[in-house]
Write a protein that binds this ligand. Structure first.
Ligand code: FES
Length: 107
């Protein structure tokens, strides 16, 4: 398990333990975090799991694949340099304490 903090759009921080190997999206949905819908179930086809990874640590993550970059073009909230699709980021122990901010809309 790895501790991840999700900061909901209205500012509430929710810290949860996410199973290693799960995605950031799965960790949010399983714990009732508001702001990640994950409508396609993690197949990189809906962009309703858009999130902003802590800028100080975005470089620690593997870069997005082309299909993720394409889907981010369709995200409802503004895309930023630290935008990711939460379903495409797998959690592992080195990510402990990562902070993920959620946008104010996903559709
Ligand atoms: S859950 Fe659909 S793109 Fe991530």
């Amino acid at each position: 398990m790895t501790t991840i903090t999700y900061v909901e759009a209205h500012g509430q921080a929710v810290t949860v333990d996410v199973a290693d190997g799960w995605s950031l999206m799965q960790g949010a949905v399983a714990n009732g975090v508001e702001g990640i819908l994950g409508e396609c179930g993690g197949s990189c086809a809906c962009a309703t799991c858009h999130c902003y990874v802590d800028e100080a640590r975005i470089g620690e993550l593997p870069p997005p694949a082309n299909n993720e970059l394409d889907m981010l073009e369709d995200a409802a909230a503004p895309r930023r340099s630290n935008s990711r699709l939460a379903c495409q980021v797998k959690v592992h122990s080195a990510m402990a304490g990562l902070i993920v901010h959620l946008p104010d809309r996903q559709q």
